[in-house]
Design a protein. Structure first.
Lengths: 320, 301
């Protein structure tokens, strides 16, 4: 209702027309609203809301090999998941992973953006080069990393390069001690994602008014670190926050590269891989899997809400 | 006399302006600019190494890849690897390419259709519960699709859609995020155009198809490019759904190479090269829309 009235008030149409239109428009608009949004909303209910509800229901039942269970077990599935060392361990794996990948990707993409931004010719070429890895899938990249770059055998690229310096072969992925596999996992995601976030930083860099730099120069700020620290970085704050949020959510959903690089090894399993083996592995334990999904969903909702708060605050401060 | 002063003045003003601009002054120093290009070029080389390895391995023989000494380039370029890959019976690679194409195209068309209509409805058609419905869409943004793959699988398997095309395509069509992007875009669409259409006697439906969509093709292209890329590269859902080989997408087929008993390096890398090729072409030819799409979807995300 309120939307209609404001629309009519702002509409500068002749009085005669605007009197006739809202009545017909209103009646027709309910029909039209459902005509436009109906298919999407129906799909959203069937493929998003129902699965989530069904899963929440399954998580209270013993549901092995079946999705229509009849044995109610209360919170047993939740207890099982939370006392299961593998599941809690996967949360630790995620924490370690996020603690490395988020700052490193942030720094690299910002660095690339600063470099490309300052180029005067061949700018488009270098931007394309850094952006191109975004075209690759995690599966393809994992394959290159596992089969060629970080292959544990002699003809792997890293081992070849190391052999020129007389270093012995390193089993990058096959051995959790020392944990070289982290290097493989972090670099693959870094390579795939840095260009994407570089584009976001480049867009933000272009929006910084050049007058700020001129004013800083007049005030005696030295170009280089000082201008970067006191002008560029604060001006990029909104983008930085958004990038960190995106990186964190993406890290939480990491699956492809862990699944493909580490295959069935028992170390380095993030939450989604653990969930995959619980629900769709040999046990097909949909009850426990659903309980795990509910726990992960609640966790990520809390994080997103908290971050929305922080981002909201951040924006508020900047507009002041 | 007067002419000389007139000529001299602007030159001096221009020179003063030049020296005052700190960025220009800095980048004029040849030394720092050479260093900048050197650093950028080194980074670019590092970023290109994986592409080089794909091409090198895809066009070599296994003996060259696994040989004693590192070979930078194959002695003879092995184009025969392409036919060998498609004739290999262990992994249905041609079938998986076809599946990925069908899934990618239908997923993109379907998502654009369903989500743009809904986005327009939420942005422009007055309805008293529109706000509540919009919140119901926003809530789904907080739950990433990857986390709900267990419940989605439960539903899709009880519909009997495991290892089927509809199982691969349909559940992904109803993206709350894409709908949200379209709504934001349509909120900024100039109202005057639609009003003109309404004066001409078009209803919402007619105005949408004849005025709004033809004037939004850039935005549609940007979203389409992003949607196609994410559909082509998706792995978790196709892995869950593709239990039979006939329903594998390219990504699932690639993944299966890594767990195979026998490893044929040249075939694996030829498969990787072919799987990446369509997207590299998309990147090279549609980069304008892509960058626009990333800037739009990324910042709002």
């Amino acid at each position: 209702m309120s939307t209609t009235t404001t629309r009519d008030a702002t509409r500068p149409a002749p009085a005669k027309v605007s009197k006739a239109r809202p009545r017909r428009g209103l009646r027709g608009s309910t029909f039209n609203f459902w005509l436009f949004t109906g298919p999407f909303l129906l799909g959203l209910v069937i493929f998003v809301y129902i699965p989530i509800g069904w899963s929440a229901w399954l998580s209270f039942f013993e549901a092995r090999y079946t999705v229509t269970p009849d044995k109610f077990v209360g919170f047993d599935n939740y207890k099982l998941m939370l006392t299961n060392g593998d599941f809690t361990g996967s949360l630790v794996t995620f924490t370690v992973f996020a603690a490395i990948i988020v700052p490193v990707t942030w720094a690299l993409s910002l660095g690339l953006a600063l470099m490309v931004h300052r180029l005067r010719f061949m700018k488009a070429f270098f931007r394309s080069v850094f952006f191109l890895p975004t075209a690759c899938s995690f599966v393809a990249a994992s394959l290159i990393w596992k089969m060629s770059i970080f292959s544990g055998v002699r003809f792997g690229m890293m081992n070849t390069v190391l052999s020129w310096f007389g270093v012995e072969n390193i089993a990058w992925l096959a051995n959790p001690n020392p944990p070289w596999y982290w290097l493989v996992i972090v670099t693959v995601r870094l390579w795939l994602q840095a260009g994407f976030y570089m584009i976001l930083f480049l867009a933000a860099l272009q929006n910084i008014p050049p007058e700020l730099y001129e004013a800083a120069a007049i005030d005696g700020a030295k170009p280089g670190w000082q201008t970067f620290r006191y002008i560029t970085l604060p001006q990029l704050r909104a983008t930085s926050t958004a990038v960190i949020l995106l990186l964190l959510v993406a890290a939480y959903q990491a699956f492809d590269e862990f699944f493909n690089l580490l295959a069935k090894s028992t170390w380095g399993r993030p939450p989604l891989v653990e969930l995959y083996y619980t629900a769709l592995g040999d046990d097909q334990d949909y009850g426990a899997g659903s309980a795990g999904a509910v726990i992960l969903t609640l966790l990520i909702c809390t994080v997103t809400l908290l971050q929305g708060r922080f981002m909201g605050f951040g924006r508020g401060e900047e507009t002041k | 006399m007067t002419t000389t002063t007139e000529v001299r003045e602007p030159v001096e003003a221009g020179a003063a302006r030049k020296t005052r601009d700190p960025r220009k002054k800095r980048s004029r120093s040849v030394f720092s600019s050479a260093g900048l290009y050197f650093a950028t070029a080194v980074c670019a080389l590092l970023f290109l190494i994986p592409f080089y390895l794909i091409v090198r391995n895809a066009l070599s023989t296994d003996a060259e890849i696994t040989g004693e000494n590192w070979k930078w380039f194959p002695t003879d370029i092995q184009w025969g690897n392409v036919t060998e890959l498609f004739d290999d019976p262990t992994v249905p690679f041609a079938q998986s390419l076809w599946n990925s194409t069908v899934v990618g195209v239908l997923h993109t068309i379907g998502t654009l259709l369903v989500c743009s209509l809904a986005g327009y409805g939420l942005a422009r058609i007055p309805y008293k519960h529109a706000n509540k419905i919009f919140y119901a869409v926003l809530v789904t943004l907080m739950v990433p699709a990857a986390v709900t793959f267990v419940p989605s699988f439960v539903l899709v398997s009880s519909l009997g859609w495991v290892s089927s095309m509809q199982g691969l395509i349909v559940p992904g069509l109803f993206s709350g995020f894409t709908c949200f992007l379209f709504r934001q875009y349509f909120l900024g669409f100039p109202k005057e155009l639609e009003e003109a259409a309404r004066v001409d006697g078009l209803g919402y439906w007619g105005a949408y198809w004849r005025i709004v969509v033809p004037n939004s093709l850039n935005f549609f292209a940007a979203i389409a490019t992003i949607t196609f890329i994410s559909g082509w590269n998706a792995f978790l859902w196709p892995l869950v759904i593709g239990q039979d080989q006939e329903a594998w997408t390219v990504q699932v087929a690639l993944s299966s190479y890594m767990t195979n008993q026998t490893v044929n390096f040249h075939l694996i890398f030829m498969a990787t090269a072919i799987s990446i090729l369509p997207l590299v072409l998309v990147f090279l030819f549609l980069q304008r829309w892509l960058v626009q799409g990333v800037a739009q979807t990324g910042i709002k995300g």
